[in-house]
Design a protein around this ligand. Sequence first.
Ligand SMILES: Cc1cc2nc3c(=O)[nH]c(=O)nc-3n(C[C@H](O)[C@H](O)[C@H](O)COP(=O)(O)O)c2cc1C
Length: 191
Amino acid sequence: MQAVAINGSAREAGNTEILLQQCLKTLAFEGIPGELIRLSEKRVTPCTACAKCFKNRDGKCIITDDAFHEIYGKMCAADIIIVGSPVYFGSATAEMTALLDRAGYVARANGNVFSRKLGGPVVVARRAGQNFTYAQLMFWYMIMDMIVPGSTYWNIGFGLAPGEVKEDEEAMQTVTRFAENLAWLAKKIHE
Ligand SMILES: Cc1cc2nc3c(=O)[nH]c(=O)nc-3n(C[C@H](O)[C@H](O)[C@H](O)COP(=O)(O)O)c2cc1C
C-alpha cells in the first residue's frame, strides 16, 4: 500500500504542507509509505474542456507539456490520495483545482480509476473559508467514488505565516486521527 499527499499551496513548507506531512508521518508509523507532491514545484495548466479524454479513452490528457501525467500516474498508483490546499479568497487554490479538474475528467473517462481509493482533503487558512474549501474538495472525492474516513473534527487548520498551524493543536490532532483512520481502513480493506 502507498499514499500520495498533494500540496496545492503556492509556497512550499507552509501550513498546508505541515498538515500533509503530519498525515504522511502517521501513515508511515502505521506501515504505509507515502510521497509528498508540491504543486508549487510543478506546472499543471487548467483543463481546456476539449473532452479528448472522453473521445480517446487512452488514460491520458491531451495536454502533455506540463507535469500532469507524472502526478496523475502517482495518483493512479496510490491506494490513498490526500489533497491539501490553503484557502485563497474562500476557495481552494488554482493549482489544486487545475489538477483535480483534469485528473477527475481523465479518471472518469477511463472507468473511474480512483473508485474506492481512500483519501480526503486537508485545508488551512488564516481566518475563514476552511469549511467551504473543505466542502469544495469533498465534492471531488465524492464524485470520484472514493472513500473518505472522518476524524474527531473536520480536517481544517488555522495559520497565516508558515509554521503557525503547528500552534493549532486541534488541527494537528484532527489530521493525525484522520490519517490513523485512513490506515485502519486501508488495512481492513486489504486483510
Ligand atoms: C491569495 C491569497 C488568498 C488568501 N485568502 C484567504 C482567505 O480567503 N481566508 C483566509 O483565512 N486566509 C486566506 N489567505 C491566507 C492563507 O490561507 C494562509 O496564509 C495559509 O496558512 C497559507 O497556507 P500555506 O502556508 O500552506 O501556503 C490567503 C492567502 C493568499 C496568498
